[in-house]
Write a protein that binds this ligand. Structure first.
Ligand code: NAI
Ligand code: MG
Length: 355
């Protein structure tokens, strides 16, 4: 029987609540499946770790993540915990995303039943696209390295040929494995870029169009990000796979979350050629920490993405279906603010009962 060692980062604020719920689902899934086991190894990291030890994550914890079969991470961060330069301390984008060269941030936006979407006329599954966010360069290449002084600051956006080629290829490969856009069943990759204004985006677009030529079975199109913000609200069913620069992907994926019942429905994977980790799209939600109302669907679905990535595809589908049923039957209830109003752990139990 296959055994996978999983590095677990419980995170800050709502992080540990979500992680407890999602680990219960993973434990139950391995029992029902019977074909594999998971062994969890806790790695402390985040804002609380920074406050106590002066670093977001220890070298030992990073080594444990490198050695593990995969990494399962809850949200980290606390707006009150900052470096002397004024940015937040305790975030892991630098050590994990850049450090492990996880260039593709995969963020599915899918409408499940029973969720409080503000959009009208969409059936469950009627919104189903995935944002592939470039995860190692773009504007966030300047993470913590901005230059200037008290009266002016500059953060530089970096777009490289190699970095763009690999993430664009990842997007087209993802489209090949999907069933196309809900509106018309067409396999489609949409490149979001602001080449009307910035040369870095002109390069991103040029490379996108070059690589699109290698994938005749997938439709390719481009759109500017301001127009994309409207289109993802007014015509989301047109979209299948979208690929874009780092900051744009950060922003538009939260917008997508707003259309499907909130960020609590949004899982993500950070994937490279050698390593990967899985987490919710959202942050540590200090405003609802400790209240037992955080929606754990994001963390549970991130767990399913992790199983899919390590090769346990049927276990991953089992979790997704159980979550779908729990929402459809109203046992996992999400209120109009995107909160699990019957409790985080009881939401997980509703999923477990349907595995
Ligand atoms: P946030 O994503 O934590 O929260 C935004 C809003 O969504 C809040 O109203 C929150 O209550 C709600 N929300 C988020 N997740 C939810 C869930 N599962 N169920 C119900 N409601 C949910 O963004 P915010 O407040 O800007 O950031 C909080 C902290 O998280 C900051 O320290 C930030 O730097 C950090 N952060 C960490 C990330 C990570 O670990 N990958 C990603 C984004 C932010
Ligand atoms: Mg974000």
């Amino acid at each position: 029987m296959k055994n996978y060692r999983i590095a677990v980062i419980p995170g800050d604020n709502i992080g540990p609540e979500l992680m407890k719920a999602a680990l219960a689902v993973l434990e139950a899934t391995q029992k029902v499946d019977g074909g594999f086991t998971l062994e969890f190894e806790t790695c402390l990291a985040g804002a609380a770790h920074y406050t106590e030890h002066g670093t977001a994550m220890s070298d030992e914890a990073i080594a444990a993540c490198r050695a593990a079969a995969s990494v399962f991470k809850a949200p980290v961060g606390d707006p009150a915990v900052r470096t002397p330069e004024g940015i937040e301390a305790g975030l892991l984008g630098g050590v994990l995303r850049t450090g492990l060269d996880l260039y593709a941030n995969v963020r599915p936006v899918k409408l499940y039943p029973g969720t409080p979407t503000p959009l009208h006329g969409y059936q469950p599954g009627g919104i189903d696209y995935v944002i592939i966010r470039e995860n190692t360069e773009g504007l966030y290449a300047s993470r913590g390295k901005g230059v200037g002084g008290p009266n002016a600051m500059a953060d530089t956006m970096i777009v490289t040929r190699a970095g763009t080629e690999r993430v664009v290829r990842f997007a087209f490969e993802a489209a090949k494995k999907r069933n196309g856009a809900p509106a018309d069943g067409v396999r489609r990759v949409t490149c979001v870029e602001k080449s009307n204004v910035l040369r870095s985006f002109a390069l991103f677009r040029e490379i996108f169009l070059e690589i699109a030529g290698e994938y005749p079975g997938v439709e390719a199109e481009t759109i500017y990000p301001d127009a994309a913000a409207q289109a993802l609200v007014m015509n989301p069913a047109h979209y299948d796979v979208l690929v874009m620069e780092n900051l744009l992907g950060d922003i538009l994926s939260d917008l997508g979350g707003g259309t499907i019942g909130g960020l609590g429905m949004c899982p993500g994977g950070n994937i490279g050629d050698q390593y990967a980790y899985f987490e919710p799209v959202h942050g540590s939600a200090p405003d609802i920490a400790g209240l037992d109302i955080a929606n754990p669907a994001s963390q549970i679905l991130a767990g399913a993405m992790m199983l899919d990535h390590i090769g346990e595809e049927s276990a991953a589908r089992r979790i997704e279906s159980a979550l779908w049923l729990a929402l459809e039957e109203g046992e996992l209830s999400i209120d109009e603010r995107g909160r699990a109003n019957r409790g985080t752990m009881s939401a997980a139990e509703a999923v477990i009962a349907r595995l």
